[in-house]
Design a protein around this ligand. Structure first.
Ligand SMILES: [Zn+2]
Length: 139
């Protein structure tokens, strides 16, 4: 599949195969305005199959939340037809208001104004611990 390279925008590469649609939904791109290409099941030298997303015009991407969604992906930022930044996504150390604590007795469940704060326990198991009640959540 041939997709024209973009002048300005972002390319999210090495997305786990089958995950591209989820990432796209999360990014909340306006498909009526932005030029978006989702390439599914592309051949990858590293992982066999992968999804790729290309979005024309630079949008503000929340790398923290994106890292939670797919920590193996890479975000390429392209300006003036050239790659200006390459960001390898990773699991963030601390996440605020992305994961919600499921413990009904947790203070975040009873007090809606309190931020849901989680800290990474173990990157290999993708486990996070609630800052308030120590509840473990896997992402
Ligand atoms: Zn909690």
């Amino acid at each position: 599949m041939e997709v024209n390279s973009i002048e300005n925008g972002i390319v999210i590469d090495h997305i786990r195969a089958g995950f591209g649609m989820k990432v796209l939904q999360y990014l909340d791109v306006d498909t009526g305005r932005d030029t978006v290409a989702l390439i599914m099941n592309a051949q990858s030298s590293k992982h066999g199959r992968k999804d790729i997303i290309k979005i024309e015009n630079l949008i503000d991407v929340d790398m923290t939340a994106l890292g939670l969604l797919d920590c193996g992906a890479t975000v390429n930022i392209i300006e003036g037809g050239r790659l200006t930044r390459k960001v390898k996504l990773e699991l963030p150390e601390k996440v605020v208001d992305v994961i919600k604590c499921k413990n009904p007795r947790c203070v975040t469940s009873t007090e809606p104004s309190i931020a849901h704060i989680f800290r990474l326990v173990d990157p290999s198991t993708e486990e996070y611990r609630c800052e308030y009640c120590d509840e473990i959540v896997r992402v």
